[in-house]
Write a protein that binds this ligand. Structure first.
Ligand code: 2HA
Ligand code: ZN
Length: 273
């Protein structure tokens, strides 16, 4: 099969373009990775042309030998739909989980996303908990970023405030949202901090930068990012009208919702205010 005709490649391209259309990917902002299924690797491997091995910059032994579709470092989400072969690539990890090589894509040169350590360490944490998780998505979500200047950078506060802004939020992300304080992006240190949060959450906010989402497929992961960012937009609008709420969804309302929707909402988020 031609590489670009594969359904998982089409799904990846569509998700990148959806993110661009949301306004989350100015210039080369954001990155996306997908852990490819063995049968999907098989279906496109006739197109492979392996380049030389390169260090990942961290160690992900659980992912040894796996293949990932990822956006390219410095490449623009805006261009993915027009020029996928120049904007994204497929990589293979070696048997130690310390090196990767490009097997398809980035035809005009380049490297996988600068956030490859964060992506792979998040994949590793997720695969160890649930092997169905395949997508890690980083976006520069405008309203979430704005809130990191005015809310305390605490998991409990961000989770509760986002839950309160839209009734569907506690059902879509019942485990909550984690927050990483401002750190230098692109390296192992921020990757370790983010993957630590990914042990508990499917969403991790990077203060003054953006957000990471993890999920089983493109729809769930994009939908998760979209839901959290929309809730942040409502909060920004509300705070722009007045600093307090006249009424809201209460802690007891959340407990009632959890009961009827059969989700577990950790009590640490249902504190009295
Ligand atoms: O430019 O978003 O965090 C890509 C990024 C780095
Ligand atoms: Zn970023």
């Amino acid at each position: 099969m031609k590489f670009l005709e594969a359904e998982f490649v089409q799904g990846f391209i569509r998700m990148a373009n959806d993110g661009w259309e949301q306004g989350w990917h100015e210039r080369n902002g954001g990155n996306l990775s997908y852990r490819v299924k063995p049968e999907e690797v098989e279906s496109v491997k006739e197109n492979f042309e392996a380049k030389e091995w390169q260090p990942i910059g961290t160690s992900v032994p659980t992912l040894a030998g796996e293949f990932f579709l990822v956006t390219g470092s410095g490449k623009y989400f805006r261009n993915v739909i027009l020029d996928p072969a120049g904007s994204i690539c497929m990589i293979e990890l070696d048997k130690t989980g310390e090196n990767y090589r490009i097997v398809w894509g980035l035809v005009n040169g380049g490297r996988p996303t600068s956030e490859l350590p964060s992506h792979l360490m998040n994949h590793e944490v997720k695969v160890e908990k649930n092997p169905n998780y395949r997508v890690i998505y980083h976006a520069h979500t405008t309203n979430i970023i704005a809130l990191t200047f005015v809310l305390p950078l605490k998991d409990e506060v961000f989770t509760r405030e986002l839950w309160e802004m839209a009734t569907e939020c506690p059902v879509v992300f019942p485990d909550g949202v984690g927050v990483v304080p401002w750190m230098v992006p692109g390296g192992r240190e921020i990757a370790v901090a983010t993957s630590e949060l990914m042990k508990q959450y499917d969403l991790a906010i990077w203060a003054h930068h953006g957000m990471f989402a993890a999920g089983e497929d493109f729809d769930l992961t994009f939908g998760l990012m979209h839901t959290a960012e929309k809730s942040a937009e409502i909060l920004v609008k509300m705070l722009s009208m007045r600093p307090d709420k006249l009424q809201t969804i209460t802690a007891q309302n959340f407990r009632d919702l959890a009961h009827d929707f059969k989700v577990t909402l950790p009590e640490k988020f249902l504190y009295e205010k």
